[in-house]
Design a protein around this ligand. Sequence first.
Ligand code: AMP
Length: 181
Amino acid sequence: MSFYNHTISRVMDLAAIIRTIPDFPKPGIQFKDIESITENPEAFRYVIDSFSDKVQELKVDKLLVLDARGFLFGAAIGYKEGLPIVMARKKGKLGGETVTESYSLEYGDATVELQKTAISKGDRVAIIDDLLATGGTASAASSLIEKLDAHVVLCAFVIELDALNGRLQLPDSEVHSLVHF
Ligand code: AMP
């Protein structure tokens, strides 16, 4: 049950709002600037309400938010839905015992880490991030959750870059994206 009533009364044209920065951070990358959502309260509210509806529908009981832009969205959903928020962080940021997974990005390589105590066996987890590109990040986060004997029931993104087929890396959970490029 949500702390607040909300109804998504209309579909917002997020594609028209999101800025693209060409050739950042490398030549050839069309960088989708998620700040065009966070600096627009109406768009941000629309995104959070949409994610919250999905989280309720799939009976999610924990949010795994991805470093760093996923934190913005995940924190707001967690507050709204009254759900625990746990972080998958870039290597070296977390204390305590962790599980670790390395992966490839659209532009580079990375390692993601999660505290072992963050996820309990059998948890129904939603992965929250700003953007699905190759799927490497979300797939690595999924592996962390599976290593801890929990289930990824939802991967939610504001933006999905369809040409990169990232959802093929996430065959075992529902993939929910609000805008496709
Ligand atoms: P991937 O692992 O390839 O799905 O990449 C997803 C992560 O990289 C997300 O956390 C995004 O923040 C970031 N990212 C990848 N490609 C882009 C892009 N074209 N524009 C903005 N962010 C991107």
